[in-house]
Design a protein around this ligand. Structure first.
Ligand SMILES: [Ca+2]
Ligand SMILES: [Ca+2]
Ligand SMILES: [Ca+2]
Length: 375
């Protein structure tokens, strides 16, 4: 009589020792049984316990073994064991360290490994590597130079051969306190609306040791040094149409910084905006253009234009061709100094007194050219 298949099921006890050889031991439920083994995609072949393999490739492997009783019945459900051979070392990365130079006698290090499930060993200065976890903290360190090393060890026992290393210096006399900076003018609020492209900022700064420098930048371009430190003024700031984020930074001698920002929106507004061909031309249109062009000229370092009829009075000053020509000349000079091109072109390039009719389109073009200069 043949035994029922279930009773023939192979009972295996696998012992796996990482190393060059891989050894499988197994036993069967029925005395006198023989065995057939199979590795990965190979065929079942006669084998005896223990079955040894060597020089296996890295990666996933599956071992199967089945018993065959003296009557020739084969275990229909082979015993199976899966395992992975990992010969690749993990790599270790430091994700947080102290500053390279600090006055803190404590230090904290965070780190990760390229392989999940890795453990870590840390080493500081001349000590030996010892098990550690992230973050690794140290306190009451001596002043001077220090070195920290950490290496990951994967689940197969491979050790990162190149530990992540960080060296730093503890200087207990070092100033690590940043300055404080305050914006006072034109506002202490975080936002400001301007109609003049020139802006001057001023404020104060303080530090436990001393403020050595105050600088500014504009997100739309430009930057420079402010004059003064504890009381500082940054002038000659050129605003562009729309939003400008101005950042003012105070520094101390140790390089600690503090920055305050002011978001300034530059809006140039005109009466009767937009002008149309049917809008009656008014003195205010000329007055506004003169003022806006003079502001732009000043922003680019030009003097105020010497206007004919410096004071235009509605109902009194007759509008002349010259007034229009001068607006064009004054704006053209600003384009030149700003290095902006191409220069604006106009309808009726030559305005002739007594001949050229001054039209809204002339003013529309001047407004557009002025705004383009400040873009
Ligand atoms: Ca590995
Ligand atoms: Ca490494
Ligand atoms: Ca300081």
């Amino acid at each position: 009589m043949h035994q029922p298949a279930e009773l023939l099921r192979t009972r295996c006890r696998f012992a796996y020792v990482p190393g060059p050889g891989h050894r499988r031991s197994f036993t069967a439920t029925e005395a006198g049984s023989t065995f057939e083994c199979k590795l990965d995609g190979g065929a079942f072949g006669a084998c005896t316990s223990p079955q040894n393999y060597s020089a296996l490739a890295a990666g996933a492997h599956t071992f199967q073994v089945r018993a065959v009783d003296p009557a020739g019945n084969t275990d229909p459900t082979p015993a199976t064991f899966g395992w992975t051979i990992d010969t690749t070392a993990p790599d270790t990365t430091l994700t947080a360290t102290p500053p390279a130079v600090t006055n803190s006698t404590s230090a904290s290090f965070s780190f990760t490994a390229t392989e999940a499930g890795s453990t870590f060993e840390c080493k500081r200065d001349g000590a030996a590597f010892g098990a550690c976890t992230s973050p690794q903290n140290y306190s009451a360190l001596a002043a001077g130079a220090h070195t920290f090393q950490v290496r990951a060890i994967d689940r197969a026992g491979n050790i990162d051969p190149t530990p992540a290393t960080f060296s730093w210096t503890i200087d207990t006399a070092l100033d690590t306190t940043p300055p404080a900076i305050l914006l006072v003018s034109p506002t202490s609020s975080p936002t400001y609306s301007a109609s003049d492209p020139r802006l001057t900022l001023s404020g104060s700064a303080s530090d436990d040791v001393g403020v050595t420098q105050v600088t500014w930048t504009n997100s739309r371009g430009g930057g420079g040094s402010a004059s003064g430190t504890t009381n500082w003024i940054a002038d000659g700031i050129l605003l562009r149409l729309g939003m400008n984020v101005l950042a003012v930074t105070a520094r101390d001698a140790a390089g600690n910084t503090a920055t305050t920002t002011l978001t300034v929106t530059l809006v140039i507004g005109f009466t009767d905006d937009p002008l149309t061909e049917t809008t009656p031309i008014r003195v205010v249109h000329f007055v506004e253009l003169r003022s806006a062009i003079d502001s732009a000229r000043a922003a680019f370092g030009l003097p105020t234009f010497m206007w004919t009829d410096p004071t235009l009075v509605a109902g009194v000053t007759p509008v002349q061709a010259l007034h229009l020509t001068e607006l064009r000349t004054a704006l053209d000079q600003a384009y030149q100094v700003a290095g902006r091109g191409p220069r604006p072109t106009y309808t009726d390039p030559t305005i002739v007194a007594g001949e050229t009719i001054i039209k809204a389109s002339h003013l529309i073009q001047l407004r557009a050219a002025l705004l383009a200069l400040l873009e």
